[in-house]
Design a protein around this ligand. Structure first.
Ligand SMILES: Cc1ncc(COP(=O)(O)O)c(C=O)c1O
Length: 400
């Protein structure tokens, strides 16, 4: 017992020593829109939420959530395959499939579980899975847990992927998995090239559009639709509902036979409680708002564009991102943490992202924008960054 406690204490000491220990801040209150928050009794302007469209507390979404909770109760009471699959879930699946232009969609309780399901269902022992080196942890875990031979290719390097696909054993089934929008960089994967390489090699392609769904493409259908790719090119599309949609959960969309395989075989679908029906109902309302209020997409992307231009004027080399995720790489854990703390002192909440979430030496500030931000919010952030730059706190900023 003592041995185990010593080992665990040493783990924590190691994290603290390397500047990688994480802490949680308790959000005590949030104003409508969710970007003005109270933390430790102080008001802060947050640039760290994934609620890109400001829909999490949209009155229509919240009213629908409350109505459905009064109708259905607070929980679903069972897994989908027992008795937890309500009319709200079923209608939501049909609406999601239609939104992303795919034959069928299946709801999952989280994106993490959806990705694990894809890995476990479409490859196994004797098969191969290929992943971008910078994929989200849930995709990497999905590949590792699948039991297939797991290989990572250099970030966005489709030639490297092609070589790996060509070298695989003849007849070996292959799955290629990639973030659509890379969550810590904000950049979009080379989707057309990935699709062409996968198709040419007879591999299935899965794109995780957690950060593109709702924001990119017509009606917010996501980065795959924006690239003009359909089900044939990208058979497996995973999107989350806890980010731009503002609710919770995830779905996988694709051909009927793929989706039925997930439903019949994926353990992270079968052996877990279905989302509360009220979450499904709120999500349906959110999809309608997304369609009826396109200004939200335009506004968040406009904030990101203006921030890039003004940050450029301050000499800050942001990563080449056209999405609401705008990172500034500072290098060491200490540099990123110090800049984040200095911003917090000035009233802004911008997280420091450190390894293992990003590669060693690429710690960064990760700014995320929302349609709920005002132009003046962005101006205030830029003023604060200008003052940090003058104090040398952003001196380590590295270009892309
Ligand atoms: C790219 C990506 N995929 C998957 C997930 C997991 O989704 P969820 O939060 O619904 O588990 C996230 C973030 O949480 C993500 O950024």
């Amino acid at each position: 017992m003592r041995d185990a406690s010593d080992r665990l204490a040493a783990n924590l000491a190691g994290l603290a020593r390397t500047g990688r220990a994480r802490t949680r801040r308790v959000v005590e209150a949030r104003e409508p829109g969710g970007v003005h928050v109270r933390v430790a009794g102080r008001d802060r302007l947050a640039f760290c939420s994934n609620d890109y469209l400001g829909l999490a507390d949209h009155p229509v979404v919240v009213d629908e959530f409350c109505r459905a909770a009064r109708t259905w109760g607070a929980g679903s009471g069972a897994s989908h395959l027992v008795s937890g699959h309500t009319a709200e879930h079923h209608a939501l699946e049909e609406e999601l499939a239609e939104r992303v232009g795919r034959p069928r969609a299946l709801l999952f309780s989280t994106g993490y579980m959806a990705n694990l399901a894809i890995g476990a269902t479409f490859v196994g022992r004797g098969d191969c899975v290929f992943e971008d080196r910078l994929n989200h942890a849930s995709l990497l875990d999905a590949g590792l847990a699948s039991g297939a031979r797991f290989a990572r290719y250099a970030h966005a390097d489709v030639d490297a992927l092609r070589r790996r696909l060509e070298r695989r054993r003849p007849g070996c089934a292959a799955l290629v998995m990639s973030d659509g929008v890379f969550s810590m960089d904000g950049t979009v994967a080379p989707l057309r090239e990935l699709a062409a390489a996968s198709q040419a090699a007879g591999a299935e392609l899965c794109i995780d559009d957690a950060h593109g769904f709702g924001v990119l493409g017509a009606n917010g259908a996501g980065c795959v639709a924006a690239a003009g790719l359909g089900t044939d090119e990208v058979p497996l599309l995973m999107c989350t509902l806890g980010k731009a949609v503002g609710t919770f959960g995830a779905f996988v969309a694709g051909p009927a036979v793929h989706i039925e395989n997930l439903l019949q075989r994926a353990r992270t679908y079968i052996y877990t409680t279905a989302l509360p029906p009220a979450v499904a109902a709120a999500t349906r309302a959110s999809l309608r708002v997304m369609r009826d209020e396109p200004w939200r997409r335009e506004k968040v992307l406009q904030h990101a564009r203006r921030f890039r231009v003004e940050a450029g004027r301050l000499g800050l080399p942001l990563m080449p991102s056209d999405t609401p995720i705008q990172p500034l790489v500072l290098g060491s854990e200490a540099a990123a943490t110090a800049a984040s703390a200095a911003l917090f002192d000035r009233g802004f909440w911008v997280p420091a992202i450190r390894p293992p979430t990003v590669p060693a030496g690429a710690s960064r500030l990760r700014f995320t924008f929302s349609a709920a931000h005002g132009d003046d919010d962005v101006d205030r952030l830029l003023d604060a960054l200008s003052s940090l730059a003058q104090q040398g706190l952003l001196a380590g900023a590295q270009g892309p």
